[in-house]
Design a protein around this ligand. Sequence first.
Ligand SMILES: *[C@@H]1O[C@H](CO)[C@@H](O)[C@H](O)[C@H]1NC(C)=O
Length: 310
Amino acid sequence: AAAGIAAVAVLLHGALTMNRLATASRGADWKLLSSCRGSCGLRAPVPAYTPTNYYYSNVYDYGLTRIVGGTGAKEASWPWIVSLQHSGVLWRQHFCGGSLITSEWVLTAAHCFDDYRDITMLKVMIGATLLHKPGPGAQVRKLKQVVLHPYYNADDLSYDIALMQLDQPVQCSSYIQLACVAPPTLKVSELSNCWIAGWGAVTARCENHLQEAKVQLIDLQLCNSSSWYAGDVHPYNLCAGYPQGKIDSCQGDSGGPLMCQDNSADYWWLVGITSFGKGCARAKRPGVYTSTQHFYEAGLILGRGIWREL
Ligand SMILES: *[C@@H]1O[C@H](CO)[C@@H](O)[C@H](O)[C@H]1NC(C)=O
């Protein structure tokens, strides 16, 4: 219960920081980004000539499709995205994404834990783009605890939101930054530059190279209508993708971020958590996301500590 309170407190703290950031972000001094303190949603420039930039000048698989219809992300493009991995036959089997919201808390989807209930078998990789070649910018953590929304229901994926606490905080860098959780006052429907990212796959295997794709927010009533999701969309969901399909999140992208750029500044809001979809990239079956904004507010109520331990 205490964990729930702590988690909510950090969400709220984030709001205060973000208001300051809204006015301070333009012309930000990047040196201030050497720790996470006081900043979120910003891409810090990656040092230009360090060996960690190993693939900038190489021929790499930019342009190949994975997040269905997406392209390979450049290093440190989304410095708050994390890979949730389990030990199986080999270590480092990616199965879900997540977003770093403080130096030790990651927001993800509750359904990521349906099949993985033993958190001692799980690890989180932060600051990577290529999972099999994470580079010195990446950090790996074990989990201290996982808390699920108390109303999470695996049958209809209602309240598909969870928080993971890392066993030790991460240090922010060019590769690792915090996501800005969208506050209730943000007019998400007015944001137009929205992106998804993840290591999920079209086929059975998850991707090594982080994929990204631009998506459109889709009206919720249309998304819930009879020839679309026919009532399966919850009031606290967001739909994003394209009416004709083709570009979408897919298996293994769950828990990862739907992000929109602020309309008047250069930082990004975490507006959604990848939750479900029927198939991937099918027409009239866009990705469905848990709206973080909705749970920002619910966090006030949940602050009584009713997050449920996994
Ligand atoms: C979608 O339709 C179902 C069934 O009518 C309803 O329970 C749900 O609240 C609707 N969702 C939205 C976003 O309106």
